[in-house]
Design a protein around this ligand. Structure first.
Ligand code: ATP
Length: 215
């Protein structure tokens, strides 16, 4: 069965690193992929742009293709955007048999054992860990033990079971981060070719990050 894969994040703003990683994983997994912006990320500082502004950037970025879709369920929920709740609601929609995959960058994955109900995430979904050319913190022992018991290199296993496996996936190494893009914009510089052209073409989309530079 064709897996449903989600890629969560703050997307503050969405950039080419996110999009290319999601695209390559979608092709490799032969999965339906949805980008899921967080309203209130529980594990990191709150975003600069509002949820509506981040969604507008995502819509502009995703225009013209249909491999990567947008799923706004976290914006409709009150309180912190727990991935556990997101996977649970998706699982309720797709039933018990269809494979569900959580795609996550290696840096974020290293912190997984601090997440709400983290052990149960593996009962709801597979995890596909995407390489990222950034400093990746060491995994705590309790997470490393879970990975060791669930690890696979075989994508077919992610099609054969609904949940429970961990797969490392090598994607193009793009050393791009939203932090750097925000810093460029706040300094009055242009993040050309780090973000989709559509974000630069619209005069308002990147304004939340430029405000800082105007004082
Ligand atoms: P920030 O710099 O604000 O922390 P970010 O660029 O890491 O932002 P997020 O929205 O926090 O972007 O990331 C969402 C997901 O995308 C995370 O799983 C993260 O690891 C992954 N990701 C972000 N940038 C890349 C990249 N260049 N290559 C691969 N994965 C990435």
């Amino acid at each position: 069965m064709r897996p449903l894969a989600i890629f969560g994040g703050t997307f503050d703003p969405v950039h080419i690193g996110h999009l290319r990683a999601a695209w390559e994983a979608s092709e490799a997994l032969a999965a339906e992929v949805r980008l899921v912006p967080a309203k209130i990320p529980p594990h990191r500082p709150q975003p600069i742009a509002s949820a509506d502004e981040r969604v507008a950037m995502l819509r502009a970025a995703l225009a013209g293709q249909d491999r990567l879709q947008l799923d706004l369920r976290e914006l409709d929920r009150a309180g912190p955007s727990y991935t556990f709740d997101t996977l649970k609601s998706l699982r309720a929609e797709i039933g018990g048999r269809r494979p569900l995959v959580l795609m996550i960058g290696a840096d974020a994955f290293a912190g997984l054992s601090t997440w709400h109900r983290w052990r149960e995430l593996f009962e709801l979904a597979h995890v596909c860990v995407l390489t990222r050319p950034a400093q990746i913190p060491a995994m705590p022992d309790e997470l490393a033990a879970v990975v060791a018991s669930r690890s696979t290199e075989d994508i077919a296993e992610l099609h054969a079971e609904p949940a429970g496996r961990v797969l490392d996936m090598v994607v193009s190494a793009l050393g791009i981060s939203a932090t750097r893009i925000r810093a460029l914009l706040a300094a009055g510089r242009e993040p050309r070719w780090l973000v989709p052209q559509a974000l630069l073409d619209d005069p308002v989309l990147l304004e939340p990050y430029r405000r800082g530079s105007r004082g």
